[in-house]
Design a protein. Structure first.
Length: 116
């Protein structure tokens, strides 16, 4: 969350791009950061199940897709529709996507090693 909000703050303040482009870049930075974090800490006991590249692809197809699409939908509704400030809207978007992302990461990107 801190990575995503920091990247978004930098991009919207120092290089004022459209907030949806900045949001997409911030989400990607957070997804990559989260992948490394999950691989080394959260699901470190599941490291041997899949090759790293396959796991990264699964993580991007699940968490990345949910985060980008969900973030852009929520951001557009809150910023353009309700005139919520960008960082507050992004904070709410992160909260909306986090449960789905954890569930997808646990079940698909970092699956439990099969017993068979």
């Amino acid at each position: 969350m801190a990575v995503q909000l920091s990247v978004l703050a930098v991009l919207t303040q120092l290089a004022p791009a459209h907030y949806l482009y900045a949001s997409t870049a911030a989400v990607e930075a957070a997804v990559l950061h989260n992948f490394v974090w999950h691989m080394h800490f959260r699901w470190r006991d599941r490291r041997e199940d899949l090759r790293r590249l396959a796991r990264l692809l699964r993580f991007h197809l699940s968490n990345g897709l949910v985060s980008v699409v969900g973030n852009l939908i929520v951001m557009r509704m809150l910023v353009q529709g309700l005139h919520v400030r960008i960082l507050i809207a992004n904070d709410l978007a992160i909260m909306c996507c986090s449960v789905a992302n954890f569930w997808l990461g646990d079940l698909w990107a970092f699956p439990v090693k099969s017993m068979g």
